[in-house]
Design a protein around this ligand. Structure first.
Ligand SMILES: Cc1cc2nc3c(=O)[nH]c(=O)nc-3n(C[C@H](O)[C@H](O)[C@H](O)COP(=O)(O)OP(=O)(O)OC[C@H]3O[C@@H](n4cnc5c(N)ncnc54)[C@H](O)[C@@H]3O)c2cc1C
Length: 473
């Protein structure tokens, strides 16, 4: 088990975060652990049970392994999948390859489970650390004044929240893109959509049917069927008691503001007409499902405002396809990167006070941008590899169809990387040598290798007693 981060002494930096998804929550937790004061504004009036399966890969699991295990690791292990391998088939049901899961590593755990279950664990930990949540606040305007060194947001109800830095973590249909950065915020269809479901396997007859029993009777399983332009993934969780499936397929319908629409079992059964009968048997037992239109946005030219006090993170900055299995993990990395860089500039006497926040934000973008772009590409590559598989070739090399697990992506230690690159990034900002792309994107150089993490300051855990909004609202 990694040593949990000791809370840092208070920095006096007030971070206002818009959106309590995984990006916003991870940023809030990391910012609190590093001594910043944090307010999170979330448009939902209360915490709600939403979504279905989501994955936290090793690179983000490493971040979580430094958080208090009693609040995070111990709880997540109880509610997340515990399967041995990923079984890959053709859509007709021919078994092709068994990909074992990565050997468990306490320093870099992986968590796959229900989005709402995992989200609740993050939410509770953030509250425990003293993050102030303001629910039911829909942000409608972002402003900054570099001379004052402040940024603020306005909410639909007329309230204003001011901080030293504002983080827009408002998801794939981000308004912050337009409101803060003035960028065209229209989402574009990807041409694909995902039917998704999560339900109780026992209650819905999975164990009673000889065609479906195998997926739940001996604990958790993960199985994929790959067909032309369609793939179906089935996962069981909590000892096989709960079952989730996602079916990605072509869809050119227009999209609007909802992240999901109700879907119809009969539409999925039609799509899977000549598929392995096991797939159809699972889908036929599904009580309800959603149709999640996959949206895309052109890469943003920047994630930060000209004044350097507002930035975007997570899906707001860079949406991911589900086949990348990185959307949530990269959002978590963003939060760690920002909180770390804010601490580093804060204590760096070489950085003038007025430049501390803008420099941290510029370095955040510089050190994250190329890595995120490389990770995004992986999602398209996997989808195309699966949907356009040449099965004759795959049969002669079955391992070629497995999910890629590359070191540059999964072994990355985001916090360590920020600390390691800090001096070079600061020098570049001041007109010094340009950091080569190999140090920033998909290469071994961008990895954790051989860089020692400085010890975290030892401080008595401290919850703020004063109202952090005092004088800031
Ligand atoms: C309801 C919901 C269900 C999801 N279910 C799944 C799932 O089952 N599987 C999966 O892989 N991914 C799911 N996702 C997407 C996934 O959570 C993200 O792709 C990923 O975790 C990156 O997180 P994020 O924090 O950047 O964005 P998100 O998780 O989308 O979080 C954005 C947050 O910002 C809030 N917000 C938006 N606009 C405003 C505003 N103007 N003012 C204040 N708050 C605002 C939203 O309510 C939301 O809580 C879901 C997202 C949402 C919002």
């Amino acid at each position: 088990m990694a040593t949990p981060i000791a809370p840092y002494p208070p920095t006096g930096i007030h971070v206002v975060i818009v959106g309590a998804g995984f990006g916003g929550l991870a940023a809030s937790i990391e910012a609190r652990l590093k001594g910043h004061t944090v307010s999170v504004l979330e448009r939902s009036p209360r915490w709600e049970q939403h979504g279905d399966i989501i994955s936290i890969s090793q690179n983000a699991g490493r971040v979580l392994s430094r958080w208090d295990p009693a609040w995070i690791g111990d709880k997540l292990r109880k509610i997340c999948m515990n399967h041995k391998s990923f079984m890959i088939h053709t859509h007709k049901g021919e078994f092709i390859f068994e990909q074992p899961v990565v050997a468990p590593d306490p320093e870099r755990p992986t968590y796959n489970g229900h989005r709402a279950d995992i989200h609740r664990v993050f939410f509770d930990y953030a509250e425990h650390l003293g993050v102030r949540f303001h629910m039911g606040r829909r942000v409608t305007a972002y402003k900054e004044d570099p001379k004052l060194g402040k940024a603020w947001v306005e909410c639909a109800d007329g309230e204003t929240f001011i901080g030293d830095v504002v983080i827009g973590a408002d998801g794939v249909r981000s308004r912050a893109r337009r409101l803060a950065l003035g960028l065209d915020d229209r989402v574009k269809p990807t041409g694909y959509s995902v039917y998704r479901a999560w339900f109780n396997a026992e209650e819905h007859g999975i164990l009673d049917d000889p065609l479906t029993r195998e997926f739940a009777e001996r604990g958790d399983t993960h199985t994929g069927w790959l067909g032309p332009d369609v793939h179906l993934l089935v996962a069981t969780c909590k000892g096989g008691r709960e079952l989730s499936w996602v079916c990605t397929h072509k869809d050119d319908e227009d999209i609007d503001e909802s992240w999901s629409y109700p879907g119809r079992v009969e539409d999925v059964l039609k799509l899977l007409e000549d598929w392995d009968p096991r797939c159809r048997a699972i889908v036929a037992k599904t009580p309800s499902l959603v149709d999640w239109k996959l949206v895309h946005r052109a890469p943003l030219p920047t994630w930060i405002t000209p004044g350097g006090h507002i930035c975007l993170i997570g899906d707001a900055a860079h949406p991911f396809l589900p086949t990348s299995i990185q959307g949530c993990s990269q959002a978590i990395e963003d939060g760690v990167a920002l909180a770390t860089l804010l601490s580093l500039t804060h204590t760096d006497k070489q950085v003038p006070d007025a430049q501390k926040i803008p420099s941290a934000l510029k370095m955040y973008e510089r050190l994250r941008y190329d890595r995120v772009k490389s990770a995004q590409k992986k999602g398209e590559e996997v989808r195309d590899m699966w949907h356009k598989a040449n099965w004759t070739e795959v049969r002669s090399n079955p391992g070629s169809i497995k999910l890629p697990r590359e070191d540059w992506l999964l072994k990355h230690d985001c916090e360590r990387f920020m600390r390691n690159m800090y001096r070079r990034a600061l020098a570049e900002l001041g007109g010094g040598d340009k950091i080569p792309i190999t140090s920033l994107a998909a290469s071994r150089e961008s990895d954790e290798f051989l860089v020692e993490m400085p010890p975290t300051p030892v401080a008595t855990p401290k919850r703020e007693v004063e109202d952090p909004m005092n004088g800031h609202r």
